[in-house]
Design a protein around this ligand. Structure first.
Ligand code: FPP
Length: 243
């Protein structure tokens, strides 16, 4: 890393989350089927995961399949499931050797049994790794997560006075991860699309027109440079240097 980049990257976010959007348009513009876009979107993922570890990011959360994605055509859903399985088969050993710990956010019980098994095995294999925690949001929806948390809190018999921010967060899928510091959305869309809606309360957002399959280490560096220029105030006032 050169000195200039080093200086503009003094403050590395602990937790980066990514909405990997634009696979379909990437493929369409090349005259390819949408699934080619999703396949291409797994190729750069390896580079981005490695880059996160190199930059010293400790948590990476990726939005791989939302609770709303079930509304897509059956062929696309089946294709996506195949891609996820292949990806786990192909990448797991490499992720493990590089100290990546895999975690899942969302409803695992509603997906294909074989994929469930692969995900559970991957979580078990990598559970002691410490270099990078990779949360894969798969069959994940922020509203669903909050509703599940409310139901579980009621079932656990908590009294109303027990419940505060901290208690509530323990019932979310992300109970083991800090809130995201930086959320990146690719493809020029400016929405949160039901992603980490509780956890993103004070996250910085970064939007890029780049389609996900073209997002790479250099693009991540740009996002980190912009993050370094932001001033996070968490609702407080800016500290004045002199009066
Ligand atoms: C959004 O693009 C992307 C998805 C719904 C799937 C994301 C999945 C991957 C990148 C594969 C990686 C998978 C795992 C399990 C780590 P879109 O289809 O909405 O694109 P569009 O808005 O251009 O149509």
């Amino acid at each position: 890393m050169n000195k200039e980049t080093q200086e503009s990257l003094q403050n590395i976010p602990n937790h980066v989350a990514i909405i990997m959007d634009g696979n379909g348009r990437w493929a369409l513009e090349k005259g390819l089927p949408r699934l080619s876009g999703h396949r291409a979107g797994t190729e750069n993922l390896r580079e981005v995961i490695e880059a996160c570890a190199e930059f010293g990011i400790k948590y990476l959360t990726i939005y791989a399949f939302s609770t709303e994605n079930w509304k897509r055509p059956k062929e696309e859903i089946q294709g996506l499931m195949r891609i996820f399985k292949t990806m786990l088969d192909r990448e797991l050993q490499n992720l493990h050797e590089n100290g990546v710990q895999l975690r899942h956010l969302g409803r695992l019980d509603q997906i294909d049994k074989e994929l469930q098994k692969k995900v559970r095995e991957a979580i078990e294999l990598t559970k002691d790794n410490k270099t990078l925690i990779l949360n894969v949001a798969f069959n994940y929806g922020g509203r669903d997560e909050i509703l599940q948390a409310v139901k579980n809190i009621i079932s656990a018999g908590h009294s109303v006075d027990d419940i505060d921010d901290e208690q509530f967060a323990k019932y979310l899928y992300t109970s083991e991860s800090p809130d995201p510091d930086l959320i990146i959305r690719t493809s020029g869309e400016y929405r949160c699309s039901n992603f980490l809606i509780w956890q993103s309360a004070y996250a910085e957002w970064y939007f890029t027109p780049t389609y996900w399959p073209d997002f790479n280490k250099e693009e991540l560096r740009q996002a980190l440079i912009v993050y370094n220029q932001r001033e996070r105030r968490y609702g407080e006032v800016k500290q004045e240097k002199e009066r």
